[in-house]
Design a protein around this ligand. Structure first.
Ligand code: TYM
Length: 344
């Protein structure tokens, strides 16, 4: 059975981009067709300036929202990254396989480090090594497929490269994973700036639809979306990024095709109205279920405890094998192995 692994980082409230680019498929497809693990990757939230209480709150909220969106603990494993030591254990070994140059070429590192420096802040070393930890997340589970949005494909490529390099140097240990981005809504754009991604850690609230936004807030944000100067509704990501973004959101919410949908509209106003309603209807059941789950935090905790146990059992054999393959002496188990009198 195909093994699927993916994660979400608790650095902000989850957005429509997270939902359409990743979570929707985890719920509708992956948990039914694959042996799937999904993770709130809290260690990754420490790579930028953070408030400990906020990270804790957002981690709980992300897990609750993933359940509210429809992840079923009977069908998949949901857990928090820091509850499973194997991620950090493997990350160090992969740092011994990755190169400094490789890390500095990562687009997200370059962008985030530049932003941080422009603000006069310092760049945490973990921001540079972040993609190695992400590779460890993926490789520890012998993952075949990584359902992610377009912004994460370079990181998954790195995980592939590290798996291949490790296997060549130290013997076959890791499955080589591949990214599986969605066909549409692979990069949902900011409604106020359709040339940049709708990102949860960004500050510009009006261009970002959060999964917990009230219906009227969603309507207002979508109706005020920046469109283009033309008047016709055409699907052209390059020339008409604002309209293309709305068509993709509408298509991803309603299961249609953006190109075909464009033919059904003669005005931006009507497109915005239908898109807003489609998003409101998409989020309605998620928000209802989220309210119910918030009233039962013990249930969420039970799911995460159980998930971490299952995840640990999957990851440990692979990570142990990597420790042996790379040349580390296994800890004494009480079973004596014969001492080989060789000069190696
Ligand atoms: P994160 O938390 O930024 O995003 C979680 C998932 O949502 C997708 N996504 C989007 N898709 C389309 N349009 C958008 N505007 C948009 N914004 C976010 C992301 O592509 C992602 O699939 N580094 C990862 C987390 C991570 C991970 C992993 C993912 C850590 N370890 C191992 C997969 C496997 C991240 O920051 O995702």
């Amino acid at each position: 059975m195909t093994r699927v692994f993916s994660g979400v980082k608790p650095t902000g409230h989850l957005t429509l981009g997270n939902y359409l680019g990743a979570i929707q498929r985890w719920v509708d497809v992956d948990q039914h067709q694959a042996d799937a693990l999904f993770c709130v990757v809290d260690l990754h939230a420490l790579t930028v300036d953070h408030d400990p209480a906020r990270v804790r709150r957002l981690s709980r909220q992300a897990a609750t929202l993933l359940l509210a969106a429809g992840l079923d603990p009977e069908r998949c494993t949901l857990f928090v990254q820091s509850h499973v030591d194997e991620h950090a254990r493997l990350s160090y070994l992969l740092e011994c396989v990755a190169t400094d140059g490789e890390m500095r070429r990562m687009i997200q590192y370059k962008e985030k480090a530049a932003r941080e420096r422009a603000r006069g802040g310092s760049v945490r070393l973990s921001l540079l090594t972040y993609p190695v930890l992400m590779a460890a997340d993926i490789l520890a589970y012998a993952t075949d497929e990584v359902p992610v949005g377009d912004d994460q494909t370079q990181h998954v490529e790195l995980a592939r490269d590290l798996a291949v390099r490790f296997n060549q140097r130290y013997g076959h240990t890791f499955v080589v994973p591949r990214a599986t981005p969605p066909k549409i809504a692979t990069r949902v754009m900011n409604l106020q700036d359709p040339t940049s991604k709708m990102g949860k850690s960004d500050d510009s609230g009006p261009g970002i639809v959060y999964l917990l936004d009230e219906p009227d807030v969603v309507r207002k944000k979508v109706m005020r979306a920046v469109t283009d100067s033309g008047a016709e509704v055409v699907y052209d990501r390059e020339a008409r990024p604002g309209v293309a973004n709305l068509l993709e959101i509408l298509a991803a919410c309603s299961g249609g095709d953006p190109e075909e949908l464009s033919g059904a509209y003669t005005s931006y106003g009507a497109l915005k109205k239908d898109t807003a309603e489609a998003v409101v209807e998409l989020l309605r059941p998620v928000q209802e279920r989220h309210r119910e789950l918030c009233a039962d935090p013990a249930h969420v905790e039970d799911v995460l405890r159980d998930g971490a146990e299952r995840a640990r059992a999957v990851a440990r054999p692979t990570v142990d094998a990597a420790y042996r393959a790379i040349g580390l002496l296994p800890a004494a188990s009480g079973v004596r192995e014969p001492v080989v009198n060789a000069a190696r």
